[in-house]
Design a protein around this ligand. Structure first.
Ligand SMILES: Nc1nc2c(c(=O)[nH]1)N[C@H]1C(S)=C(S)[C@@H](COP(=O)(O)O)O[C@H]1N2
Ligand SMILES: [Mo]
Length: 197
């Protein structure tokens, strides 16, 4: 079954296409640098910080976690939006529950193989449609789009969705990620045009 979350914009705005965006039929690739290499044997996904205990998953272990498939829109802060992408993966709240998040955790930092990081408030992550994705449109997630694993955040600009994600850190205070340190917004709500600041 595919969960249709293309209507989540109703929580934030009037129009499905956020203001200042244009729709494209393409799914462009946007990365700060090269696509990093990885191997199934050495890859692990780690959860640490303000949690009961540090957790580590091999690629095979991650694939065994309960997954969901959703149809969603994808909004890049540079102005393009792609409608109706289908992604399969593990919801953020499932990972948070497995790790046992501390009561004083307020923020999250995502870490990726290319050195990329991005931050969000914890309550912006504890949503079923924030997914750790390994399949796109029924096929294994392409390396350029973040394979083996990426995050998607349909309620935020897409820079909040770390490609090649291999770790999530729970924080007790706000910290800024790669683009956030370079001026992009911490909150990144597309319907409010939170691009900078
Ligand atoms: N690890 C990593 N994740 C990243 C990026 C990146 O450079 N490195 N770019 C971000 C930006 S700005 C966007 S718009 C989306 C692009 O995803 P796509 O290349 O699959 O379209 O990934 C985001 N996640
Ligand atoms: Mo972006």
């Amino acid at each position: 079954m595919v969960e249709d979350v293309t209507d989540l914009y109703r929580e934030f705005g009037e129009q499905r296409l956020p203001p200042g965006q244009h729709e494209t039929d393409e799914f462009p690739v946007l990365s700060k640098g090269e696509t990093p290499p990885w191997t199934r044997e050495t890859w692990s996904f780690d959860v640490w910080g303000a949690v009961d205990e540090r957790r580590s998953f091999s690629y095979e272990e991650f694939l065994e976690l309960p997954a969901t498939t959703q149809q969603q829109d994808f909004h890049c802060v540079t102005g393009w939006s792609t409608f109706d992408c289908e992604f399969t993966g593990v919801p953020f709240p499932t990972i948070a529950e497995l790790a046992g998040v501390d009561d004083d955790a307020t923020h999250v930092m995502f870490h990726a193989l290319d050195g990329y990081t991005t931050d969000l408030r914890l309550d912006d992550c504890l949503r079923e449609e924030v997914l750790f994705v390994y399949e796109h449109d029924g096929a294994e997630l392409a390396a350029d789009h973040g394979g083996p694993l990426r995050v998607v955040t349909p309620h935020k600009y897409a820079y909040k969705g770390a490609k090649w994600v291999d770790g999530v850190e729970f924080l007790t205070e706000a910290e800024r990620g790669y683009w956030e340190q370079r001026g992009y917004s911490d909150t990144a709500n597309p319907w409010n045009q939170e691009r900078w600041g």
